[in-house]
Write a protein that binds this ligand. Sequence first.
Ligand code: ATP
Ligand code: ZN
Length: 283
Amino acid sequence: MKTLKIAIQKSGRLNEKSVELLKNCGLNFENYKSSLISPVSNFPLEILFLRDDDIPEYVQDGIADLGIVGENVIQETEVEVSYLQRLGFGKCSLKIAVPNNNDIQNLSDLNGKAIATTYPVILGKFLQQQGIQSDIRTISGSVEISPGLGLSDAICDLVSTGGTLKSNGLKPFADVMSSEAVLIGCKTIEDNHLVQELIQRIQSVLRAKETKYVVLNVHRDNLDAVTALLPGVKSPSVVSLAEPDWVAVHTVIPERDFWDRISQLKQAGAQGIVVMPIEKIIL
Ligand code: ATP
Ligand code: ZN
């Protein structure tokens, strides 16, 4: 069987979460910072540790079969790869930001202005769509200090909390794209059964992350009201208790509306609610 290769970031914002995801998929490997390649002992897979900027091209050229990288890097490198799975981490936005004390009010005010960025391709396309002609200044890092140094009127950079912008006297002005980490594959690899197996494992880990396992006690009189609030994977399990009029209800509920759901359950008569994390959900 051919051993697959997956490229992940060697160090940086995506490294830890990428390693964690693969480990949660049951893959056993050493995460030595010094090595470029690490074999997985219990799956025909090798992990390549690379700079994130190199990952899309390695995957496009088939040097790696799969890769985990931010959508921003894929779009900027304009490669031909397949998007296999969004991964829910590394979320950020590429934004145009301007100095706080600035007369730029509308997008059209960027006409003729200099914008510093490490994302000239994405920014160029965005400005073209908006019919704006700016002077794009491509720099390789520390974009946020360029207006202060008089190198540009605005910047286009990745933002997650906005803290870096604020501390450099900048404010977000326009959204160019939003991004998260994705699993990509080279065009010929999608149907490979090992890739399918890996995608299924990843999906089961992601599904589990989005849900919690809940056990609660309820009087039989209130059981219908409580179960009406519970989706479950199929439906909740109801288990008898030693106390004849009471039952325990086991179910999974989505993380996103968790606290609302819990308070509705309490109002409907649920008691002794125990909430547990789920490791995997295999459908
Ligand atoms: P490398 O050494 O691999 O080239 P890098 O310095 O280019 O690393 P990082 O700063 O580690 O890259 O960011 C990697 C990815 O993390 C980004 O491409 C983006 O998809 C995502 N990301 C999430 N939040 C942010 C943020 N606030 N700033 C920058 N990138 C972010
Ligand atoms: Zn990089």
